[in-house]
Design a protein around this ligand. Structure first.
Ligand code: GAR
Length: 206
C-alpha cells in the first residue's frame, strides 16, 4: 500500500474539529505521510471549516437538504471524495451514520473516533451514557467503519478514569486529550501500511 507518496485523506466533520486539528498538526510536523485532500462538513456552522481554511485545505459543505435519503446523500459524498482521489476517509466528529453506499465505496478505509471504550456506550452521548452507568473508567476508541453503528474492527483505544464529581464536560475534556493522541497515531499506522484487518481483529504490524 505505501509507495512513498503521501496518502490522500478526506476528513468528514460536523463541529469543532479539534481532532482534525490534531491530525493537521501531526502531518505538518512530518509525523504522518499523508495530505488532507479535502475536509467535508455536513453543516456550514462547523468551526472545523475555519480550521481547514487556516491551513489552506480545501473545504466543502455537503448538507443533507435535497437528498431523499441517506443513500443518496452518501452517493454524492462518494463522488466528492473520489473526485479528489481520497484513499482514507476520517470521521472526525462527523455526526451522521453512514449507509452501506459509503462503507462499500471505501472498504476498511474509513476510520472513526468514538468517545468511549467500545463496545460499551456506542451511539450518541457516549460520555453521558458512561456517567449514568457509573463506570470507573472510560476512554476513546479508533475503529474502522463497517455497516453497524460503532461496531467496526478496533485499531486503538485509550483509557481515562471517571472521577466522582465529573460532569459530561469534564469527562469529555479528559477523553479528548487522549483522542488527540491516538487518532493521529492510528492514521499514521494506516498510512505506513501497518494495519492488517483479519476478520474483526486489527493486527498492528511491527
Ligand atoms: C469527539 O469527541 C468524537 O469522539 C465525537 O465527537 C467529538 C468531535 O470533536 N464523536 C462522536 O461522538 C461520534 N459518535 P471535535 O469536532 O473537536 O474533533
Amino acid at each position: 500500500m505505501p509507495d512513498g507518496q503521501p496518502l490522500k485523506l478526506g476528513v468528514l466533520v460536523s463541529g469543532n474539529g479539534s481532532n482534525l486539528q490534531a491530525i493537521i498538526e501531526r502531518i505538518e510536523a512530518g509525523g504522518i505521510n499523508a495530505r488532507i485532500a479535502c475536509v467535508v462538513s455536513n453543516t456550514p456552522e462547523a468551526f472545523a471549516l475555519t480550521r481547514a481554511a487556516r491551513h489552506a485545505i480545501p473545504a466543502i459543505i455537503h448538507e443533507n437538504c435535497g437528498y431523499a435519503n441517506r443513500r443518496e446523500y452518501d452517493a454524492a459524498l462518494v463522488e466528492i471524495l473520489r473526485a479528489r482521489g481520497v484513499e482514507l476517509v476520517i470521521l472526525a466528529g462527523f455526526m451522521r451514520i453512514l449507509s452501506e453506499v459509503m462503507v462499500q465505496a471505501f472498504p476498511n478505509a474509513i476510520m472513526n473516533i468514538h468517545p468511549a471504550l467500545l463496545p460499551a456506550f456506542a451511539g450518541l452521548h457516549a460520555q453521558k451514557q458512561a456517567l449514568d452507568y457509573g463506570v470507573r473508567f472510560s476512554g476513546c476508541t479508533v475503529h474502522l467503519v463497517d455497516c453497524g453503528t460503532d461496531t467496526g474492527p478496533i485499531i486503538l483505544q485509550a483509557v481515562v478514569p471517571v472521577e466522582q464529581d465529573d460532569s459530561e464536560e469534564s469527562l469529555s475534556a479528559r477523553i479528548q486529550r487522549e483522542e488527540h493522541r491516538i487518532f493521529p497515531e492510528a492514521v499514521r499506522l494506516f498510512c505506513d501500511g501497518k494495519i492488517r484487518v483479519e476478520g474483526r481483529q486489527v493486527r498492528i504490524l511491527p
